[in-house]
Design a protein around this ligand. Structure first.
Ligand code: ZN
Length: 152
């Protein structure tokens, strides 16, 4: 990536997360940002929490904002645990391709095909998606878990 292109991602003028005002796979808005539900059969329930404004580092947040972000990550993890019972949850902040602050919250399962390895070792062409019916069912199951936990 050219440095000029990177600068437009860093300063937000060409940020794909800021440009996407209404993502199709929005699960729900939370105080610190919006939770996106990825369509991923291996890592069923894979969420991305996109911070509510364009910042690139966790150090850009006030202490109160950092606390709220941690609370919202916890709410996502709690919903995943109660709805899907994963064997582990991975929490990842990278930002090497899209530097807008976002947290990957990835349920892991013994039989996800990549157990014991970081999710990014899975080649892109090995990603499997859910049927539209299964995705909608998963979405509704997670929303119920958030509702039961009093988050919505
Ligand atoms: Zn942005």
């Amino acid at each position: 990536m050219e440095i000029e292109a990177w600068e437009t991602l860093i300063n937000g003028t060409n940020c794909p997360m800021c440009a996407n005002k209404s993502p199709m796979n929005l699960l729900l808005p939370l105080p610190s940002g919006r939770a996106i539900l990825l369509d991923d059969r291996d890592f069923k329930g894979y969420l991305i929490l996109e911070y509510r404004r364009h910042v690139t580092e966790i150090t850009d947040l006030s202490p109160q904002e950092r606390s709220q972000l941690a609370e919202d990550v916890n709410a996502c993890a709690s919903a995943l645990q109660s709805a899907l019972h994963p064997n582990k949850i991975n929490y990842v902040i990278l930002g090497n391709e899209v530097p807008h602050l976002h947290v990957h919250i990835i349920p892991r399962y013994f039989d996800d095909g990549w157990w014991g390895k970081p999710t990014w070792l899975r080649p892109a062409d090995r990603k499997l998606t859910l049927s539209a019916e299964d995705y909608d069912k998963l979405r509704e199951t997670l929303l119920i878990a958030f509702r039961v936990a009093g988050r919505i």
